[in-house]
Ligand binder design. Structure first.
Ligand code: GDP
Ligand code: ZN
Length: 369
């Protein structure tokens, strides 16, 4: 039990602060507050209903409200919403606050439509273990950039490479696939690097991406601490898939920050991630600007700066192949996708993403001060 202490002034005053509420959301919500609506963050979505944490406790709410047929307006974990202040169970979600970022994946249906997997994520931790598949790393990074979240590569199980020089080489190798992205070696076993990861996730909302077996669950448990592991155990005993707080997909971390872990997010595919792909292969795009032909395909044209860089040993050939593969894959997805929907997504959250990031920068600046 915590009693109020003299240090109480350092505790964020808003009850939703531990769930990521900040000045930006406060401003975004002001008009809804005037109407007497209740703010909340979605911690789980299940068959048209969602669990929402609010200043008045946990609330169950109906999610299909604005344009039910529009997949981009379907509430997802991580969303901030305005709820009816009172009422039965479930209550109604009245408004979805504009998303700062969003992870979207194509559905398996013939005409691909986006499905939002998680919203308002600030940090995307891409877990990579020692048998590094750089193509996979690039794919996850493209997705992370496209979402608007800031990517970070976590090189897990570092204890399995006890030789520091070997580990440094491995980090370097991953860095070639991740320009501009920090690569942090960590070990859940020895604790190496955990402080650095904890520091990143302590601000804002984070997700863990990566192939199965890379140590995501282990890392999540370390970040969440013992309490949550006990909760997981309790849920197993319960065994009925009951709708309780123990099955939240969004959790406040004991050291600050929020972690989202939705079942669908782990095996994500690409979805209209062209700008994300561009960011992952920024060095290729920079080289391409120096090709003689504006529309150079880097396939043997004269004056190709990309091929020249490969010949000179400055660019691994694997990078160009991986870039081509992801671009092709992305073009296929884009071709299948309804143009109107794409335009709407761009308009909707790229702009708001920029605004949100600006608000976040301001917030971070304040915290540092
Ligand atoms: P996930 O599928 O990404 O969630 O991966 P898990 O967290 O389930 O981990 C996969 C395997 O890697 C498990 O057997 C873990 O015990 C092991 N593992 C996770 N983290 C570490 C680590 O830091 N060091 C070592 N040696 N093994 C680890
Ligand atoms: Zn070229």
């Amino acid at each position: 039990m915590h009693l109020s202490s003299p240090s109480a002034s350092s505790v964020p005053s808003h009850p939703l602060a531990v769930y990521g509420w900040d000045a930006g959301w406060e401003a975004e919500f002001a008009a809804h507050a005037e109407q007497g609506l209740l703010p909340g963050r979605v911690v789980r979505v299940d068959r048209g209903l969602c669990d929402v944490v609010t200043p008045a406790g946990d609330v169950r709410a109906d999610t299909e409200f604005v344009v039910p047929r529009d997949p981009m307006k379907v509430v997802c974990t991580g969303d901030w919403v305005a709820l009816d202040p009172e009422g039965g169970d479930p209550r109604y979600v009245r408004t979805l606050l504009p998303r700062r970022t969003a992870f979207v994946r194509s559905t398996s249906s013939k005409r691909s439509e986006g499905q939002i997997l998680a919203a308002n994520v600030d940090h995307a931790l891409v877990a990579v273990s020692l048998a590094v598949d750089l193509g996979r790393v690039e794919r996850f990074l493209a997705l992370a950039w496209e979402s608007g979240a800031q990517p970070l590569v976590v090189l897990t199980k570092a204890d399995l490479v006890p030789d520091p020089v070997g580990l440094a080489y491995l980090v370097q190798d991953v860095e070639t696939a991740a320009p501009g992205v920090p690569v942090l070696p960590v070990s859940a076993t020895t604790g190496t690097g955990l402080d650095a990861v904890a520091a990143v996730v302590s601000g804002g909302t984070s997700v863990l991406l990566g192939q199965s077996g890379t140590g995501k669950s282990t890392l999540a448990n370390v970040l969440l601490g013992e309490d949550v592991m006990r909760v997981h155990a309790a849920r197993d005993v319960d065994g009925k898939g009951r709708h309780t707080t123990t099955t939240r997909n969004l959790l406040a971390l004991p050291g600050g920050g929020v972690l989202i872990d939705t079942p669908g997010l782990r095996g994500v595919g690409l979805w209209d991630a062209e700008s994300g792909v561009g960011q992952v292969f920024s060095e290729i795009e920079e080289l391409a600007e120096r090709c003689r032909f504006h529309d150079c395909a880097h396939a043997g044209e004269p004056g190709c700066a990309v091929l020249a860089a490969i010949d000179a040993g400055d660019l691994p050939e694997r990078r160009l192949e991986s870039y081509r593969k992801l671009m092709r894959e992305n073009q296929r997805i884009v071709a299948k996708t309804d143009a109107r929907l794409r335009a709407e997504i761009r308009r909707d959250w790229k702009r708001r993403g920029a605004e949100g990031r600006a608000a976040m920068e301001a917030k971070r600046g304040r915290w540092r001060a």
